[in-house]
Design a protein around this ligand. Structure first.
Ligand SMILES: *Cc1c(COP(=O)(O)O)cnc(C)c1O
Length: 484
């Protein structure tokens, strides 16, 4: 059959749309969605036919041009087009707060609360008791105050936003003192000196990369009186002399400085701040809400740092706190008030879904044992070797039963916190090393990634590792499926 004849046999869109299966599909998904899919299928067939040469045209599968075949293809197309760009996957890397994989998974109560609050109207800015307008700032304040001991709190989009608004509210047109060892880059474009510039505060660097003493901060303080006789010549040479607005300590979230080192403690900074009546800001980043040194996490935690007397502290909601993306600012009432009234507050405010997830997550911390049990990342951090070993055995058995060619071995690995938190911590973990016949680890890794529910594995020394700390029991079947 020649190409012209094949092209003539391409069905018309309207005829395909009258197929029983598509009539029903169009009712469910909408006419336009289905028509588009049919058009795409027919266009693809036309392009395919135009590519043919005479010999291959003779062999063309005429069956595939029939109405029912085109309708079936369109149905698959609709399903294909429906796939989301953002979808769940399985993290078998053993890195708990994987930034590329969405940081902290939420606890069940948080998810249920998000669904509940966002499917109907909600009390986001309405005080039901008094029957009048309320403030979204009041939704989690009492809870945060109770859990951290802070005077007041505010929630913004993320900790980067928190840094920005804190500096803009307290440091604009003033100098903010930061140690040279703490001029952090968190990732991408978030660098302390750049944020400082954007906020309108002037950065005063003190100390050196490895050593900054409390006296370095104190020596850099410029009082209002001193600032008033600005030496304009010095200013021209880039040696600014503005009034000191704040002292800021930044937690070394994603790096460590070892060797010949020294840094000022929070307590020392607080006492300098008190003496000169200058607020002390602490960007602590990770949001750890309780002591977890028992599990190898020797990081500052929120209540302990606040107890040292810092005036304003900020941290992420989706790092070690284990909640939704958010930036939480806690501290003295007067400073928090300045931030709530700042013009940037509106630009950084969070949605009801975030509040719903955050409130449900925070409630778990009323009882630390509940937090450890129910907040996924805390459970992963504190998971016992026995539980991980049992899960690895179950995974290994299931893989071997489902795939006769695969050789599994249970091995010890080192897991990480990730997400720019606790960079030096290595948690002793367990993994299943999978060898698929003669295939390379890279080949198997690619196959896992391309599965219907992708599995992200770790490769170490040419071995494919499925680290079970970050995998939960219901995902074992899906991993076996992905390996098929
Ligand atoms: C992670 C982090 C930030 C940025 O927080 P995001 O929630 O990622 O915006 C800022 N400062 C420190 C110290 C951090 O650890």
């Amino acid at each position: 059959m020649d190409k012209m004849e094949l092209l003539r046999r391409l069905p018309k869109i309207d005829d395909v749309m009258r197929q029983e299966s598509l009539v029903m599909l169009a009712e469910e998904k909408g006419d336009l969605i289905v028509t588009d899919a049919v058009r795409e299928v027919i266009a693809a067939k036309r392009a395919e036919i135009l590519e043919l040469i005479d010999e291959t045209a003779d062999l063309y599968d005429l069956q595939s041009l029939e109405l029912s075949s085109v309708a079936d293809a369109a149905e698959l197309r609709v399903a294909e087009n429906e796939k989301m760009k953002l979808f769940p996957l399985i993290n078998a890397t053993g890195t708990i707060l994987h930034t590329n994989l969405g940081r902290a998974p939420l606890c069940r109560d948080a998810i249920e609360n998000v669904a509940k609050v966002s499917t109907s109207y909600s009390s986001l800015e309405y005080n039901v008791k008094q029957g009048k307008r309320g403030s979204r700032h009041d939704l989690v304040n009492d809870l945060i105050k109770e859990l951290t001991g802070a005077e007041d709190a505010m929630v913004v989009n993320n900790n980067a936003a928190a840094t920005m608004i804190v500096l803009a509210a307290l440091g604009r047109g003033k100098e903010v003192i930061v140690s040279r060892g703490e001029l952090v880059e968190i990732g991408g474009s978030f660098r302390i000196p750049d944020i400082m510039m954007q906020s309108g505060a002037y950065l005063t660097e003190v100390g050196t990369s490895n050593k900054t003493k409390a006296s370095d901060y104190e020596a850099a303080i410029i009082t209002k009186e001193e600032a008033e006789d600005i030496d304009w010549e010095e200013l021209d040479r880039g040696m600014s002399r503005f009034e000191t607005g704040a002292i800021m300590k930044v937690h070394k979230s994603n790096y460590d400085i070892v060797g010949f080192t020294e840094e000022a403690s929070l307590e020392e900074l607080v006492s300098i701040g008190k003496k000169h009546d200058i607020p002390v800001i602490y960007d602590m980043g990770n949001g750890l809400m309780m002591d977890m040194s028992e599990y190898g996490i020797r990081e500052p935690n929120v209540p302990a740092s606040l107890a040292a007397g810092v005036d304003v502290m900020l941290f992420s909601g989706d790092k070690l706190l284990g909640g939704p993306q958010a930036g939480i600012i806690v501290g003295k009432k007067e400073y928090i008030k300045a931030m709530k009234q700042h013009p940037l507050a509106r630009a950084m405010r969070v949605d009801k879904m975030t509040f719903a997830a955050l409130e449900a997550t925070l409630k778990k911390y009323k009882d630390p044992s509940l937090a450890l049990r129910d907040i996924p990342i805390l459970r992963m951090i504190s998971e016992s070797k026995d539980v991980m070993r049992a899960r690895a055995e179950k995974l290994s058995d299931s893989i071997r039963i489902a795939n006769a060619d695969m050789v599994c071995e249970i091995v010890e690995v080192e897991d990480q916190i990730g997400g720019g938190a606790a960079p030096m911590v290595r948690l002793p973990g367990v993994a299943v090393s999978v060898q698929d016949g003669g295939k390379s680890a890279d080949t198997t890794e690619r196959k896992l990634r391309k599965a219907e529910i992708p599995v992200i594995a770790r490769i170490n020394e040419d071995r494919l590792l499925l680290c079970v700390r970050t995998v939960n029991d219901d995902e074992i079947e899906m991993i076996c499926e992905a390996l098929k």
